[in-house]
Ligand binder design. Structure first.
Ligand code: PLP
Length: 363
């Protein structure tokens, strides 16, 4: 039997007991709320995890990139939503090939973008399902609520596309510092979309899907009347940001990085073999504060360079060269994108590994 202690480092480990519990809890929540669950698989990029999500009742998966959809389609996934504004004839041609074997939909937030992919489908005598992205306060992409009806109408009239619904992502919840603020953002996320769906329907447009979703807002947003679908992603693994937001406890975090102490140059400083190439440079949310938590210790990863993780050693703690520690990353989704494989464990026992098949598929 291989144990975690035998692994070469740095090494990303996924605890299967925690993963399975996270998957079934979110599935149960969606079931109880009466909404379809369409998890965002960009968090894990692993077909085997997607299959666990489908087996627990997910209706399909969400992804961001066309290349990610190609990998999951190849792995047999047949209902995929690209929750991202897809633009350009090049993407349109790749999507046309995918649409032969997958129930496919993509995000749009402009007439220009929808026209560019729709033209390819129209030329082939086909239609691509699209969901209009709405801005519910994150102010990243998406049309503001006041423009939703006008933009939706113009998109619905385009050749080569069919409006399936609307969607949003309340990414600003990650900056809320109190649980009550996260809950208020979540309610708003659901209510803005439900109101927009009513408005669009009153104008004669078909709105089959009203899709919300992020891990911190999922529980509240999916329970708003009128919401039909939820797309949380991070919940499968969770991370230090979810713990500091209050979304979950440390025991709910399935992904950790095992690292080795490679140097202890001073009593207050130890250095691990995991830097930004392993953990990414993503900040802790909602407030920046180091680069990962060392489980069981007060000491924190204070700064990263590419291959070095510098620990500020807390008073009363010591580290020794050669010792292995477990780091809880700030942001699990970006860690997935940096690694070819994740090692699977139950407790201290290694059970195998999975290929992160869609990592790096940024196009
Ligand atoms: C459009 C969209 N939907 C869903 C998600 C999933 O959110 P989370 O990772 O908070 O679960 C994301 C994450 O960035 C997203 O961008």
């Amino acid at each position: 039997m291989t144990s975690l202690d035998d692994l070469d480092t740095p090494c990303v480990v996924v605890d299967l007991d925690v993963l399975e519990r996270n998957v079934s809890r979110m599935a149960a929540r969606a079931h109880a709320a009466g909404v379809r669950l369409r998890p965002h698989a960009k968090t894990h990029k692993v077909p085997e995890v997607g299959r666990l999500q489908l087996a627990a009742g997910a209706a399909g998966i969400s992804l961001a990139k066309t290349g990610e959809a190609e990998v999951f389609a190849e792995a047999g996934f047949d209902d995929i939503f690209l929750a991202y504004p897809i633009v350009g004839a090049g993407k349109g041609r790749r999507l046309l090939a995918l649409a032969d074997r997958v129930r496919l939909a993509v995000g749009v937030d402009s007439v220009e973008g929808a026209t560019s992919v729709g033209a390819v489908f129209h030329a082939a005598g086909r239609r691509l399902d699209v969901l209009l992205k709405m801005d519910c306060g994150y102010h990243r992409v998406g049309v503001p609520p006041a423009e939703a009806a006008t933009t939706a109408r113009r998109i619905a009239e385009l050749p080569g596309v069919a409006l399936r619904g609307i969607f949003t992502h309340a990414g600003h919840a990650y900056l809320a510092t109190a649980p009550a603020d996260v809950a208020a953002i979540a309610r708003q996320e659901g209510e803005i979309l439900a109101a927009a769906a009513d408005l669009l329907r009153s104008e004669g447009l078909t709105v089959e899907e009203v899709s919300v979703g992020s891990t911190p807002t999922a529980r509240v947003a999916m329970s708003v009347a009128g919401v039909t679908e939820c797309r949380p992603g991070n919940y499968v693994y969770h991370d230090a940001s979810q713990v500091s937001l209050g979304t979950c406890a440390i025991e709910d975090c399935a992904m950790t990085v095992i690292a080795t102490v490679i140097s202890v140059p001073a009593a207050d400083r130890a250095v691990l073999d995991c830097g930004s190439k392993t953990l990414s440079s993503d900040a802790l949310r909602p407030r920046a504060g180091g680069h990962g938590w060392i489980l069981g210790r007060e000491s924190r990863l204070d700064r990263l360079s590419e291959e070095h993780g510098v620990v500020r050693v807390a008073a009363g703690e010591t580290f020794r060269v050669g010792e292995k520690v477990r780091v809880l990353p700030n942001h699990a989704c970006v860690v997935s994108n940096l690694h070819d494989r994740v090692v699977l464990a139950r407790g201290e026992r290694v059970e195998g590994e999975w290929s992160v098949a869609a990592r790096g598929r940024v196009r």
